[in-house]
Design a protein around this ligand. Structure first.
Ligand SMILES: [Zn+2]
Length: 123
């Protein structure tokens, strides 16, 4: 039996997108209450009835989210531009080694925007 599980996380952070033109609103210092969804897909273990215990997802992911929470994203190592696209990639690179069943990272920067990343492709 194959399933997809999703667990939500949140973090607050400031940033500015310095590479955008000065008249772009995201060039200015501002902040977001980010929502992150971590999605895993795989087969249910018949002995436990779980793909993975949600508590194990939290144990693996929360320390990574904590690196971003109440940070200024421009100061985060290896995060070149703190767009949702590149935050998703940054999270993927850190979560995938801990949770091999990871299939998608979703980030919501505002109530009306969403970025979904399903990992690197060959092209
Ligand atoms: Zn922003």
């Amino acid at each position: 039996m194959r399933v997809t599980l999703t667990k939500q996380f949140r973090f607050e952070a400031s940033h500015r997108l310095d590479h955008l033109p000065v008249d772009h609103p995201c060039h200015n210092l501002h902040g977001h209450s980010y929502q992150v969804e971590v999605t895993l897909t795989g087969d249910v273990n018949p002995a436990t009835g779980f793909l993975i215990d949600y508590a194990d997802i939290k144990r693996s992911v929360q320390p990574i989210i904590d690196q971003l929470d109440h940070s200024h994203l421009n100061d985060v190592e290896d995060l070149r531009y703190s767009t949702t696209e590149l935050i998703a990639e940054w999270l993927w690179q850190r979560i995938k080694p801990r949770l091999p069943d990871l299939t998608k990272i979703t980030i919501m920067e505002t109530a009306t925007t969403r970025c979904e990343y399903t990992g690197p492709t060959d092209d």
